[in-house]
Design a binder for this molecule. Structure first.
Ligand code: SAM
Ligand code: DTB
Ligand code: SF4
Length: 324
């Protein structure tokens, strides 16, 4: 495992002939994940819309009107646990909870109640025997510790793109803010889930910067979500052309080669991929998906179709899928 990737080197990796890139990635994948299982992670928006950040890709930002996403309150613990039980019954092993916050609530009695409620959700999900992940925006070292105490398995905080393209996408926070929260998560002993998005108009060099930043972290993130932009009407990126699925294959392959032991998650944008394109991503080293018919506010692949695909390629826990 290396932590000294240069951006030029990663650009070279991404530009390799596709079949060589995929073959190299598949070899790394087989060596570090001999079982070849695919993790099923279920995602739920526990607090939707009205976010003060201006991330250009996001339908939940309060800066963009007309995305069709209304601001809602934090859900109740019971509503979330009901969804977690259903996700478990369908075969998911990880339950991820997302909130449209700039930072996790703190500093007032109402904020404390909300944060404690999230901790109760985490405890409840762990009580079901599932892994629990949360993505709540920026968190302090103390909040990270509280989440750890509640049993949180992983915290998701994406870098989204390369440092040089970041300010083209988000103006309300800086790359350094992201890195700071990731450090707080790491120091609390929670595993790090950190990845990005392609298809936002970035160049290959920005993708290479993102991958180099992730792989050069010590330790590397335990999960790396690779998202393809879901272009939502009303957001500044609404008119971006869809990414070529083969670009996603390249990102998965490079992530796998650079981060041999990470769960590389084929994340948003999977709805647009054929079964064959998804299979190529799995061959290239992706070994986790968001499983469930909704991401946060947009749609995701049908459960029955995912179950059929996993059966047909012989991945996933067939007994769990058969029972679902
Ligand atoms: N507000 C928190 C934050 O930004 O960290 C947590 C929720 S936020 C929706 C989680 C991640 O979802 C973002 O960092 C981004 O990578 C991804 N995301 C959001 N909207 C997306 C879109 N339209 N297409 C692809 N990925 C998206
Ligand atoms: C991640 O990397 N992708 C997920 C999860 N982590 C939180 C979110 C995707 C959101 C897609 C747009 C939506 O449904 O709102
Ligand atoms: Fe808010 Fe997260 Fe959406 Fe950015 S990505 S606007 S921080 S919910």
């Amino acid at each position: 495992m290396r932590h000294d990737w240069s951006v030029e080197e990663v650009e070279g990796l991404l530009a390799q002939p596709l079949l060589k890139l995929v073959a190299d990635a598949a070899a790394v994948h087989r060596a570090s994940f001999p079982d070849g299982d695919i993790q099923l992670a279920s995602l739920m928006s526990i607090k939707t819309g009205g976010c003060p950040e201006d991330c250009s890709y996001c339908p939940q930002s309060a800066h963009f009107s007309g995305t069709g996403v209304a601001k809602e309150d934090l859900l109740s613990v019971e509503t979330v646990l009901e969804a977690a039980r259903a996700a478990k019954a369908a075969g998911a092993s990880r339950f991820c909870m997302g909130a449209a916050w700039r930072s996790a609530p703190k500093g007032s009695p109402r904020a404390e109640e909300q944060f404690n409620r999230v901790c109760q959700m985490v405890e409840g999900v762990r009580g079901l025997g599932m892994e629990a992940c949360a993505t709540l925006g920026m968190i302090t070292p103390q909040q990270a510790q509280q989440l750890k105490t509640a049993g949180l398995t992983a915290y998701n905080h994406n870098l989204d793109t390369g440092a040089d393209y970041y300010e083209d996408i988000i103006s309300t926070r800086q790359y350094a803010d992201r890195l700071n929260t990731i450090e707080n998560v790491r120091n609390a002993g929670i595993t790090v889930c950190c990845g990005g998005i392609i298809g936002m108009g970035e160049e290959t060099v920005h993708r290479a910067q993102l991958l180099a930043t992730l792989a050069n972290m010590t330790p590397q993130p335990e999960s790396v979500p690779i998202n393809a932009l879901v272009a939502v009407e009303g957001t500044p990126l609404a008119d971006m052309p869809p990414v070529d699925p083969l670009e996603l294959v390249r990102m998965c392959a490079a992530a796998r080669i650079m981060m041999p032991y990470a769960r590389v998650r084929l994340s948003a944008g999977r709805l647009r991929l054929s079964r064959e394109a998804q299979t190529l991503c799995f061959l290239a080293g992706a070994n986790s998906i968001f499983y469930g018919e909704k991401l946060l506010t947009t749609g995701n692949n049908e459960l029955a179709l995912d179950q059929a695909l996993l059966r047909d390629i012989g991945a996933g826990d067939v007994r769990v899928l058969a029972a679902a």
